[in-house]
Design a protein around this ligand. Structure first.
Ligand code: GLA
Ligand code: GLA
Length: 705
């Protein structure tokens, strides 16, 4: 984080450049030019003020190696500019033109079997190919030369979802780059042998020329987890280097416009270690696609909480979401009544100052023609387009009221996220293949909401020391330095909650010894006042295997229990395993959840997996309100509402603050005693008493103070 780039936000073409950005990916190259004026008329009618342009247009811009065609791009940028619509111009490198593969098939990535990936979709290029990089950077420079001074282009949209298709590349370029990467990281082969533990299975290397990438080694062969973890880091670094090379090629010619690239943070994916990437963009952007079902709004908030942390509390950009259904799931559910507008305002509530969609006009052909868009196949006279217009007006209202630039007010609790632990939980060599760090973060996030409070989510490698409480769910990897930070935090009065599979291995995937969780050579154990000897793993589907174990406080665990000794007098045992199943496993009476007073603070151990309801019960009955970092708890003054069924966020600036209220579930929520001006109401009625409101399902209330 040391060299983090300064926050820069793209201006709009409005007076003063201000306003909430609204629009989407625009692919005019899929349509004949005679539709463009109609596009612009509809954009203006909807209040669109920004589009992301040319993401997949390399072949149109450079149809042959020595032929450049900018005319079409000049014309559409000119039309957009005249209409007051700003352009995030893509580096256009997400898809390479087919002619490139005819002359340079070596740019193709390889799968783990060593076969080249075929061209014909997206990102069919190897991030470590010097040839590909040269072509890509030439394109970047050409774009910068041509559009660097164009006032309609107000930001650079680098690549697109880097890594989504070419995250893992096993070509020879990757092999050589990995050897060099290992040499830079470890210096000597001895250090690398030590880190990867190559005395195991006789894999000691004599020099960096013997380093391998984890290509397919046969059907039942297990990969060295340390090597695999480094290969994950390497893949992340290569794509980040590629992004930086593209950015710098443009910045040399056009330094004064902000750079971004769209991250992919939703709780089913977190492709890259975005904690590293966030320092290399001028503003942070995300693509978020909704989860259908009852977790919909919770999941959106959870993803956005991580985005807000990556943005360091500054406003961030929704580069893509959907007006309704996508086309890439097995069943593509459309959005329910109100959700098109509600989801967008929910992102604003969580700190977004830009609301954009994939894509402007639904494609008539190609892989994504059944993906929803701002203008659907049925055209202008549709409910969906009218909702898009309604949303444009709403964002204008919020922009005019001064929301833009205000910052999300943090909570008192941080759930810590670690991309490396997320990668590590995917290893095939753990006691259970059912571990998932990011899903456990999401479960804790939802549990805090069920307990009537809202946590933040912060990357482990960022500074979380200002929080009152930190939670570490399945943070499998903790380094000695991580543990020292935790120890200082608790000693100084903080509360830490350590989950069941946290702190088991170090940054090289070496198991910390001496008893679980051994992180920091016993420092973590010492803080918790416990020592684990074995894991008890459930979830096997064999007949007769118990599938759950009960706790003395009525909770249930279904996946993983730590068989621990409580070795310190000061430790409170908050729950034990109890009952017949526990007894079968020799766990009856063994501590399941503990609290240890340590220094000025306290350290909790939740030694088994629990579902969201049980985690919420732990939060309400285990933690005290101060430890919950509960901003909503002290509702003696201020508005009255049920904090479990109503989401509340606050965005504050130097002179104004905004409260956002949204129902979480199916039912209408009531809120009264609100002071301030209702600047925006969606599916929300004013009550008879001043300051009272009823917000219907999928509604929103925004109050200005
Ligand atoms: C086989 C191998 C051992 C070890 C065990 C693990 O028997 O020979 O080296 O891998 O499996 O169960
Ligand atoms: C991603 C891509 C878009 C489009 C959408 C579809 O986010 O960036 O080009 O494919 O998915 O949901």
């Amino acid at each position: 984080m040391a060299n983090r780039r300064t926050f820069r936000w793209p201006s709009l073409l409005t007076e003063g450049g201000r306003g909430i950005a609204f629009g989407g990916d625009y692919n005019p190259d899929q349509w004949s030019e005679d539709i463009w004026d109609e596009d612009i008329r509809l954009m203006k009618q909807a209040g669109v003020n920004t589009v992301a342009l040319a993401i997949f247009s390399w072949d149109r811009i450079q149809p042959e190696e020595h032929r450049w065609e900018f005319g079409w791009l000049d014309r559409i940028i000119d039309k957009l500019g005249k209409a007051g619509i700003a352009v995030d111009l893509a580096s256009a490198t997400a898809t390479a033109p087919l002619w490139l593969y005819e002359t340079h098939s070596e740019v193709l990535p390889h799968d783990k079997f060593g076969h080249p990936i075929n061209a014909g979709s997206r990102q069919s290029w190897s991030p470590t190919s010097p040839v590909f990089k040269e072509y890509a950077l030439t394109l970047c420079r050409k774009l910068a030369e041509r559009y660097g001074d164009n006032p309609t282009v107000t930001a650079w949209h680098m690549g697109n979802e880097y890594g989504w298709n070419n995250r893992y590349d096993y070509c020879d370029n990757a092999l050589h780059a990995f050897r060099a990467w290992c040499e830079r990281k470890y210096g000597t082969i001895g250090a690398l042998n030590q880190a990867w533990g190559t005395t195991f299975w006789g894999q000691e290397m004599n020099g960096f020329d013997e380093v391998l990438i984890p290509r397919f080694m046969g059907a039942d062969s297990m990969v060295n987890p340390g090597q695999k973890l480094d290969f994950e880091r390497f893949g992340n670094d290569m794509l980040l280097d590629f992004y930086k090379a593209e950015r710098d090629a443009i910045a040399e010619i056009c330094p004064d416009k902000p750079f971004t690239t769209n991250f992919m943070v939703s709780t089913d994916q977190c492709c890259m270690d975005y904690a590293d990437w966030a320092g290399e963009v001028d503003f942070v952007s995300n693509d978020h696609y909704f989860h259908e079902g009852e977790s919909h709004i919770d999941e959106l908030f959870c993803s956005d909480a991580l985005m807000d942390a990556l943005a360091l509390g500054k406003p961030w950009y929704v580069m893509e979401h959907s007006t309704s259904a996508v086309q890439w799931k097995d069943l593509n559910t459309r959005k329910r009544k109100g959700e098109t507008v509600r989801d967008s305002i929910a992102h604003v509530a969580m700190g977004a100052d830009a609301i954009n969609f994939f894509q402007w006009r639904a494609s008539a052909f190609g892989a994504e023609s059944f993906h929803s868009a701002m203008v659907p196949h049925a055209g202008e006279d549709t409910r969906l387009y009218r909702q898009v217009c309604e949303l444009g007006a709403a964002l204008k209202t919020l922009g005019d009221a001064g929301v833009q630039g205000t910052e999300l007010v943090p909570s008192g609790t941080a759930i810590l996220f670690s991309a490396e632990s997320e990668w590590a939980t995917r290893s095939e060599t753990l006691p259970s293949k059912k571990l998932n760090h990011w899903h456990d973060v999401r479960d804790w996030y939802r549990a805090f909401l069920d307990a009537g409070t809202r946590a933040d989510i912060v990357p482990l490698k960022y500074d979380w020391s200002g929080y009152r409480t930190v939670v570490l769910p399945t943070v499998l990897i903790l380094s000695g330095e991580d543990v020292n930070r935790l120890e200082r935090f608790v000693r100084g009065g903080g509360t830490v909650v350590v989950g069941y599979a946290t702190g088991l291995i170090d940054e090289n995937f070496h198991t910390w010894l001496g008893g679980y969780p051994g992180a920091g050579d016993g420092v973590l154990r010492g803080m918790l006042g416990i020592r684990g000897e074995e894991f008890n793993i459930l979830g096997a589907e064999a007949a007769g295997e118990p599938c759950e174990i009960h706790l003395s406080n009525g909770m249930t665990t279904r996946l993983w229990q730590n068989d621990i000794n409580v070795d310190d007098d000061g430790v409170d045992v908050l729950a034990t395993y109890a009952g017949e199943e526990a007894d079968e496993w020799d766990l009856d009476g063994t501590a399941a959840i503990t609290r240890n007073a340590y220094g000025e603070g306290s350290a909790y151990f939740v030694g088994c997996d629990l579902d969201v309801a049980d985690l919420a019960m732990f939060i309400t009955t285990g933690l005290n309100p101060a430890e919950r970092g509960d901003r909503n708890a002290s509702q003696e003054s201020g508005p009255h509402y049920d904090p479990i069924t109503t989401l509340h966020t606050e965005r504050a600036g130097a002179e104004v603050a905004f409260d956002f209220y949204l129902p979480r579930g199916k039912h209408e929520v009531k809120i009264d005693g609100v002071e301030g001006e209702p600047v925006y109401r969606f599916r929300c009625d004013e009550g008879t008493e001043p300051g009272s409101y009823a917000i219907h399902r999928n509604g929103v209330l925004v109050i200005k103070r």
